[in-house]
Design a protein around this ligand. Sequence first.
Ligand SMILES: Cc1ncc(COP(=O)(O)O)c(C=O)c1O
Length: 329
Amino acid sequence: MKHLLAQNENPFEPLPSVRAALERAIDDLNRYPEFRPVSLPRTIAAWQGVEVTEVIVGTGSAGVAHDLFRGLLRPGDEVLHSNPCFDVYPMLCEMTGAESVPVPLGGDARHDLTAMAGRIGERTRLIVLCNPHNPTGTVYTWDELTAFFARVPPSAVILLDEAYVDFAPDLGAPEVAARLADWPNLVVLRTFSKSHGLAALRIGYAMARAGIVERVVPHQVPYTPGQLQLAAVQAAIAADDEVRQRIRRISHQRDRLRRELITLGWSVTPSRTNFLWITTGDPDRLELARAAFEQNGIAARFYPGQAIRLAIGDQVANDAVISALSLLP
Ligand SMILES: Cc1ncc(COP(=O)(O)O)c(C=O)c1O
């Protein structure tokens, strides 16, 4: 496939400063990283304005989510999440013996918070909310979210997955420290895979009160993340202006592509991420799109009979999408 748009990746190659930092870090490849990571949590804590005791780092945010499930759940505990959602969450339920409780998205492709609140029961131990959501790209404001948080009992942890939050920084959420002060059962999960474009390095982190962090860290595999991850994170944080500029370029391409697809007769949910959720009432058209993408070397994620989830690529890839779909009846 020429155009890799199936995994919500960042289309840009590493920033020069990140590449240089990684090249320097290669000198120490014969050395083990810290047994329990200290420098990376310290770097992230200083950057985010939280205590180092409030940070968990791990192998991508999927890896951190895995450690959270291991640390916080016992077999038979219930995990509430939307359906569809990021594929890893139902998998993690299976891996930990927790019971997945999927709640269909609302008609606006957002979490159905009313239905979710109604599904909270005695065994509910974790509620996963991706904001923005994958696969639909939809968001809630902080006020809307906290109205829901107020309905969650202290026996359940709220896992707020903000993998795409840098594409939607204007939702009224306070700094993370203030969020943790107000909501003792909140975990904020982030990644360097999306806006920072470091998916291959597998760097994720979560921020939560120390009491939650202490339950999770003993379940983490020692010696990860390593010194390459630390070097890349320090350089990426220092390159904030360039990262923001790339986010603006991706968002600009996203909005252009959305307009073009609507002109071609597709329904495209307004997105606050680096991908689009493209639907049609006509399943045959979806299949035609799948064939057109295959012929043109475009990899996208198809939800059979339902939708296409398409990452925003570079201009060449986005133009390839438009021209492939332009030929459809
Ligand atoms: C909502 C959401 N959370 C987490 C992840 C995992 O990202 P990573 O493990 O690369 O940090 C993804 C990746 O697509 C995602 O869409």
